[in-house]
Design a protein around this ligand. Structure first.
Ligand SMILES: Cc1ncc(C[n+]2csc(CCOP(=O)(O)OP(=O)(O)O)c2C)c(N)n1
Ligand SMILES: [Mg+2]
Length: 796
């Protein structure tokens, strides 16, 4: 390490140059067709150049995984370019179409991003949960041939304002976090402003309280040496007491500004005067800005000294825009060097015009030596960072509970409970997790069988004391349920980490997370984040809608079906019957294992080859089940999103399409209408999302010339006569299904819930919100007038 410090210094310089140039090129040189500012963050990137050079070129090992501060993406891409893992073409297209991404992206970048970042705070927590997942995998005896990796987050200091980070720290403490490094880029600037004084002290006590080791890296080697000179201790005290704003302003002001200020403040201090006087302005500026975060020897020493597996937070003092003309300026977040400033900077870097992308241009060491060094860098030794894990075989059928009247939530619990009896590879790979709603989402039976996970065993004292309880909460390294605190953000980030285990750890897990449907909104950005990284999991959301009746408006979900419809990477289902649930769940275990890299075939509208995650919206409402055999055809239709529960005839005036818990109302309404109308149809929609996706894809395919492309819903509705009216109904926002009318141009009335709910019985609430059988019949009457319905008044 020490022997290579000259090389590391050159590479640090090169990384700063390439990142700055990449952004400059995108903004000033590349053709700009739409007049928008392209952007990119030269100042935020410069802030991390030294730290990232130290890490990537020296400290990191192949098994380590990193979440890079989103706006330091250009530094990451520059480093990968030097390793030969990023192309010049993509750097030239930075922030452009198919170019290097603005913020590191696992799914869109081509240079081995470990964790996506962008929405600040999420990547940070992802490292923590990835570390827990690594422990989980190893505790189960998998992946032991690979060395343990450290999960590293590079964090902006203002990023620590994000609450999800604190939620994660608390959870990490509970779960015995190890092998996690958080490196804070403490430049004391956010986007808008300079941060509050003394923030580092809050961080320090907070991290220590939760069992972390905290390493504060404030001064570089130049300053440390100066502090040993006469008057040096007073200089240290002055800097320690210097307000962040003043320090930043002086950084921006440069050598002369530092001298003026120090001369004023130390007018009668001869020793200190001497200390500053023997340095010219440039040297003085270099000294005063020699913070540890820009000092390779200090950083390397600290990183290499952290050998224990304790979670460690490094607070590294840095300067936003270090080495660039707007260093320290409070407005520099989106600042870009002007072409004139770039020219000066380019000269200072020794880069000849026309050689801007040359890897070793302007460096003081021979290219062969630099290349040889790069070839041997430990971090870059593994040719493959995206590991592959074999597909876990899924049973042909999942057991369907036999109750005549039951709810999908009860069915889910029963299916898992039954699965829990197994001892095959499939069962062992299933892992469940829940944010303090394990029991109330019906995972209790499964957990009783499979146990809770903890690295160290912990007995259930209630059991030992022989106090009867339905639940057996024993923790052990073999347990298969991770019990989380209530924070839903943590659930989604843990699912994100579990759902990437096959590529991060090379060991596949089959994660299921449960929560109440309305609280999806609490963790929505983290859910979106998990999907964006292509993590694979099954989300079971229950109870849902106003159907949970007595729980009232604060627990009722309205918009979630629309989230299911719109969220990319997440196939959403809302089965009504337990046999549908079993079919979907079985399919889901296979779907989450599909290879995300496979190219979707032109015939496959739903992109079933590429897979994704799955969201099941379930209900606590017991409903009468349909006694039927599950045929292959029915199963396929359930998975494709809909099937005819009652086929409409050629003279149908009305079709009712329903989703989920309102099935009894839809069935009752159709029964009533059938007394007066002929051929009424009843469409069971198990997945508005899959129907909609298939429909959109088929239309697009036809527009591209595949004239025979037909989606499932088009085939189903082709049997409905043109004049027929369509009434859609669900316990959720009516827009979820109302689009069905656009498929073949059927006149449609969408029933659902648009306003906050309240307490009441299901009957009262369904009537109040207009999703009961009466409302369905009335809606049908309005859009497809037929003979008046005699029974309307008689309905409950
Ligand atoms: C969730 C979220 N909110 C807001 C933003 C916009 N944003 C991007 S960077 C930033 C400030 C970052 O400051 P800091 O973390 O200190 O990084 P620095 O630029 O100082 O290195 C903000 C508010 C974002 N990316 N994500
Ligand atoms: Mg900052």
């Amino acid at each position: 390490m020490a022997g290579n410090i000259d090389i590391l210094r050159e590479l640090e310089k090169k990384v700063l140059w390439l990142a700055s140039w990449t952004i400059h090129h995108a903004n000033h040189l590349r053709e700009n067709s739409d007049g928008l500012k392209v952007g990119g963050h030269q100042a935020s990137s410069a802030s991390l150049a030294t730290i990232m050079a130290a890490l990537y070129f020296d400290v990191l090992r192949p098994a380590d995984r990193v979440a890079v501060k989103p706006h330091a993406s250009p530094i990451f891409h520059a480093i990968q370019y030097l390793f030969g893992h990023q192309t010049r073409a993509r750097l030239e297209a930075f922030r452009g179409y198919k170019g290097a991404q603005s913020y590191p992206s696992r799914s869109k970048d081509a240079d081995d991003v470990d964790f996506s970042t962008g929405s600040v705070g999420l990547g940070v927590a992802q490292t923590l949960f990835s570390s827990l997942v690594q422990d989980y995998v190893r505790a189960h005896g998998w992946g032991l041939a690979r060395p343990e990796g450290r999960m590293v987050a590079l964090i902006g200091d203002a990023e620590l304002d994000e609450g999800n980070i604190f939620e994660a720290i608390l959870e990490g403490w509970k779960q015995g976090l190890r092998n996690c490094w958080w490196i804070v880029d403490y430049n004391r600037q956010s986007l808008d402003a300079v941060v509050r004084e003394g923030l580092w002290q809050r961080f320090e006590t907070l991290f220590r309280d939760f069992g972390w080791q905290v390493v504060i890296l404030k001064y570089g080697t130049l300053l440390q040496a100066a502090f040993r000179e006469p008057g040096g201790e007073r200089l240290r005290a002055w800097i320690d007491n210097c307000p962040n704003q003043l320090y930043s302003a002086l950084v921006f002001g440069g050598g002369a500004a530092w001298r003026k200020r120090l001369d004023e403040d130390f007018a009668s201090d001869n020793a200190l005067h001497e200390l500053t006087a023997k340095r010219d302005d440039d040297e003085l500026a270099r000294l005063m800005t020699n913070l540890a975060g820009h000092d390779l020897p200090t950083l390397l020493e600290a990183f290499h000294a952290a050998t224990s597996d304790r979670p460690t937070c490094f607070i590294c003092y840095t300067i936003k825009g270090y080495s660039l003309p707007f260093a320290g300026h409070k407005d520099n977040h989106a600042g870009l060097m002007t072409p004139a400033q770039m020219e000066v900077f380019q000269k200072s870097m020794g880069v000849r015009p026309g050689h801007e992308w040359d890897k070793f241009e302007g460096l003081a060491l021979p290219a062969e030596r630099l290349q040889k060094f790069l070839d041997g860098v430990p971090f870059a030794q593994d040719a493959v960072r995206r590991l592959k894990a074999p597909v876990i075989a899924v049973p042909e059928d999942l057991p369907v509970p036999k109750q005549a009247v039951t709810s999908t939530q009860t069915g889910f619990g029963a299916i898992l409970n039954d699965l829990g009896r197994g001892d095959d590879d499939f069962t062992r790979r299933v892992i469940t997790t829940s944010p303090d709603v394990t029991v109330s989402t019906n995972l209790g039976g499964w957990v009783n069988r499979r146990g809770l996970f903890a690295r160290e065993a912990m007995a259930d004292i209630f059991k030992r004391e022989r106090i009867p309880s339905t639940f057996n909460w024993e923790f052990s390294p073999q347990g298969q349920h991770i019990e989380l605190g209530i924070a839903e953000m943590n659930l989604f980030i843990l699912l994100s980490a579990l759902g990437l285990s096959h590529t991060i750890n090379g060991e596949r897990l089959l994660p299921i997370g449960t929560l109440y449907d309305p609280f999806i909104a609490r963790g929505l950005d983290a859910l979106n984040y998990a999907c964006y990284q292509d993590a694979r999991f099954i989300l079971v959301a229950t109870p849902s809608g106003i159907t949970l009746a007595g729980e009232g408006g604060a627990h009722q979900s309205i918009a979630e079906p629309l989230i299911g419809l719109a969220q990319d990477g997440l196939a959403a289902f809302e089965p009504a019957f337990v046999d549908e649930l079993a079919a979907v769940l079985r399919w889901a275990f296979a779907y989450i294992q599909k290879d995300g890299d496979a190219a979707p075939s032109e015939q496959n509208w739903l992109r079933d080859e590429t897979g994704g995650s799955v969201y099941l919206r379930l209900s606590t409402r017991p409903i009468e089940q349909i006694a039927r055999a599950m045929t292959a055809e029915l199963r396929q239709q359930i998975v494709d999103g809909a099937y005819w529960l009652r086929q409409p005839g050629p003279n149908a005036q009305v079709v009712v399409a329903y989703t989920g818990a309102v099935a009894p109302e839809a069935i009752a309404a159709v029964g009533l209408m059938a007394e007066d109308r002929r051929d009424v149809g009843l469409l069971a929609v198990t997945s508005a999302d899959r129907l909609n996706a298939g429909w959109t894809a088929a239309q697009r395919a036809r527009e591209r010339g595949l004239v025979h492309a037909r989606s499932h819903i088009e085939r189903l509705l082709a049997q409905v006569p043109p004049h027929c009216g369509l009434v859609t109904v669900l316990d959720g926002h009516p827009a979820t299904l109302a689009w069905l009318g656009a498929v073949n141009g059927h006149r449609t009335r969408g029933l659902g819930v648009e306003h906050f709910g309240q307490t009441g019985s299901i009957t009262e609430l369904y009537r109040h919100y207009g999703i009961d059988a009466n409302a369905i019949v009335a809606a049908a009457q309005a859009i497809a007038p037929g003979r008046p319905i005699r029974h309307l008044k008689a309905l409950p």
